[in-house]
Ligand binder design. Structure first.
Ligand code: NAD
Length: 420
């Protein structure tokens, strides 16, 4: 499998690789089903002009890609980052519709973004830019069409601005048109911790299958941010020790287990895990290959490469990040018998609770945190079991089985709907 081409080309290559055993063209001749599943339904690329606080004007490229809605309205986050490109947004939208299908929630997939150094803007500039983005897209998003959510550099504040701008543009009050909102505006309890918590749920299922007792087991986290820290907390509840944690500036380790709560407080206060008094500094290059039972890449794409994969010592990898393992490395890890819970399953707790937020908004009736977490656990355990059973029956990887499950679900819906 090539590592050349854009991130979207690679995502498509991976999809075609995993779709191959399903022989879709042979089983559904004349439907162009593969083309339909690998081409976005609609691409919106536009310019956003922003008046800066000093009166000058800056212009930023912006995108929303609606990839596939065969199983339900488009769903996917908004990334405001200087490296956002249309190809990246297409790839992320592609993965979204597979992810929603993996956990069997009634959504398709989309993604949006603005190519902007968002962190350098003032709060007022951020608000104007985000609201403008919502106004341009007002007719293309909505609770039954396309439901945005947070992604890199966007959070509850941006969702609140988006929802208010949409309400002013359309004249409608509708909480379910966006998820990841603050609780006051209809957000769901349990959303903040959902991705990391969900990753832990899937790793615990994999540990049970592999005969690994989480109590006393060790874990390494690359990227001690939102997803990483909640995975550490939840695994800690099962007795697993987080012995290494890193971020973009540093890595710390403690063979007896880091005090996760103290590390969170330290990172929130200082902005980094660096200089954490409860651990020793280590070379960040040694994080992924450190000896441990569970490894959680929770930061970057393409960090587990063919060079690193042969040296990994973990028994189970939970891909909290999107696309952390290159295609070559995927094969190496599989040959080495390391269990890899693929991103489309391991980090799907976030979109699952986003779905619950949408459900609660539509009924205007709100669940307790325990209800949210219990329902998420039920969905993820069910998805994990379906995938693990298929992988076992077909003697293949969890990733192959997850893609096959997702693709079959979307294909059934697409063919039932007929040609678009
Ligand atoms: P975040 O910004 O809260 O945390 C990311 C962490 O990674 C930060 O602590 C950052 O310092 C660290 N990091 C960056 N570069 C690093 C490097 N080179 N080495 C080690 N650490 C590094 O982001 P997040 O929301 O936790 O997202 C992390 C990953 O999980 C992303 O790939 C994201 O797409 C994926 N994800 C997140 C969610 C969610 O709900 N938060 C849902 C699905 C997928």
């Amino acid at each position: 499998m090539s590592t050349n081409g854009s991130v979207f080309d690679r995502a498509k290559g991976l999809f075609l690789h995993y779709a191959k055993p399903l022989k879709l063209d042979e089983r559904h001749p004349g439907t162009k089903i593969l083309e339909r599943l690998t081409t976005p339904d609609k691409i919106m690329a536009f310019r956003l002009s922003l008046q800066m606080d000093d009166g000058s004007v800056q212009v930023f490229p912006a995108y929303r890609v609606q990839f596939n809605d065969d199983l339900g309205p488009y769903k996917g986050g908004l990334r405001f980052h200087p490296q956002v490109t249309l190809e990246e947004v297409k790839a992320l939208a592609f993965w979204m519709y597979l992810k929603t299908a993996v956990v069997n929630i009634p959504f398709g997939g989309g993604k949006g973004g603005i190519t902007v150094d968002y962190k350098s803007l003032s709060t007022a500039e951020k608000e104007r830019l985000t609201k403008k983005f919502a106004i341009v897209l007002a007719n293309d998003i909505g609770e039954n069409t396309d439901i945005p959510a947070p992604d890199v550099n966007t959070g509850p504040q941006e969702m609140a601005w988006m929802s208010h701008a949409w309400r002013m543009s359309t004249g409608q009050y509708n909480r379910a048109m966006i998820t990841g909102k603050p609780l006051d505006l209809g957000g769901s309890l349990g959303r903040t911790e959902a991705t990391g918590h969900g990753c832990a749920i899937t790793m615990l299922e994999a540990a049970r299958d592999a005969g690994i007792d989480p109590n006393g087991a060790t874990m390494v986290i690359q990227g001690f941010g939102n997803a990483g820290r909640y995975a550490a907390i939840e695994m800690g509840h099962q007795g697993t020790k987080t012995i290494v944690a890193s971020d973009s500036r540093a890595a710390v380790h403690n063979p007896d287990g880091l005090d996760v709560q103290a590390l969170i407080e330290h990172k929130d206060k200082t902005g980094s895990v660096a200089n954490f008094p409860g651990g020793k500094t280590m070379d960040p290059n040694g994080v992924l290959t450190a000896e441990c039972d569970f490894l959680v890449p929770a930061a970057l794409e393409d960090c587990i490469t063919a060079e690193i994969a042969p040296k990994i010592q973990a028994k189970i990898i939970g891909e909290a990040a999107n696309g952390p393992t290159t295609q070559d490395a995927i094969h190496i890890l599989y040959e080495r018998g390391i269990t890899v819970i693929p991103d489309v399953l391991a980090n799907s707790g976030g979109v699952t609770v986003s779905y619950f937020e949408w459900v609660q908004n539509r009924q205007e009736y709100y669940w307790t945190r325990e209800e949210v977490i219990d329902r998420m656990r039920a969905r993820l355990v069910n998805a994990y079991r379906e995938i693990a059973d298929r992988a076992k029956a077909e003697d293949t990887s969890l990733r192959q089985a997850a893609y096959e499950n997702a693709i079959e679900r979307v294909v059934r819906a697409a063919l039932e709907r007929g040609a678009q």
